[in-house]
Design a protein around this ligand. Structure first.
Ligand code: SIN
Ligand code: MN
Length: 223
């Protein structure tokens, strides 16, 4: 069989619901779509608010973040990046909100759910080869609408757990360039984190020679 045509790597990594509401869709973004996201990432990094490592209880995170729509800082959202340079963040582009709607429809089926999904913020994280993210919940949003996660670049070891504790039971999965992960409904407040990235695993055509970009789309519920 022609593996280039039929994508054996996708057959080995089937789409899966880890727990009710938590859906992993490998290879959802095409390589041109991934390269497009990489190019936008470089534009967004030019400002007006630069990529920065947020400080959590006096410790700088190893991940660097930029935001669109609303600016996230521990543990709230503001329009201006008051913990960086005071500038207002860029708006969330309409194409990215549309990607969010398609993602929710992909994860949960072609019900009305995808059509109604209106993310108003994107947290764009960059992981260099030593960056990781400890187990946490995404709970600074007033809305409990799903979180849509898109990844480009190096693969990572992603840990997805339960809503009660940052410890077991959890599951470790590999999230690769182009993968979609959506967590909503009963999984919306599940603890999750990035244990490590795997340097050198990014496909050349994604446009990112090293590191990992992760975009999470969220509904803040703020006005
Ligand atoms: C996050 O939890 O906000 C980011 C998850 C990821 O990088 O995959
Ligand atoms: Mn998170």
């Amino acid at each position: 069989m022609n593996t280039a045509l039929f994508g054996d790597e996708l057959l080995e990594r089937p789409r899966r619901e880890l727990s009710p509401g938590a859906v992993h869709v490998p290879g959802w973004l095409s390589l041109p779509q991934q390269a497009w996201i990489t190019a936008r990432f470089h534009e967004w990094s030019a400002g007006p608010v630069p990529l920065r490592a947020a400080s959590v209880r006096g410790h700088e995170m190893s991940v660097r973040t930029l935001c669109l729509g609303w600016h996230w800082q521990p543990y709230r959202y503001t329009r201006e990046a008051t913990d960086v340079n005071g500038a207002r963040v860029l708006p969330l582009p309409e194409w990215l909100a549309r990607v969010g709607r398609l993602a929710v429809a992909e994860a949960y089926g072609q019900s009305t759910e995808g059509e109604d999904y209106t993310p108003d913020t994107a947290l764009v994280n960059f992981y260099d080869e030593s960056a990781r993210m400890g187990m946490h919940q995404d709970r600074d949003e007033l809305s409990r609408a799903p979180v849509v996660s898109l990844s480009v670049g190096d693969s990572c070891l992603f840990r997805f757990g339960n809503t009660g504790t940052r410890t077991r039971p959890y599951e470790d999965i590999t999230i690769a360039s182009g993968d979609l992960f959506v967590f909503g409904g009963p999984a919306r407040l599940s603890f999750h984190g990035v244990m490590k990235t795997f340097p050198g695993t990014a496909p050349a055509a994604c446009g990112l020679p090293s590191g990992r970009i992760n975009i999470t789309l969220r509904v803040t519920g703020l006005a």
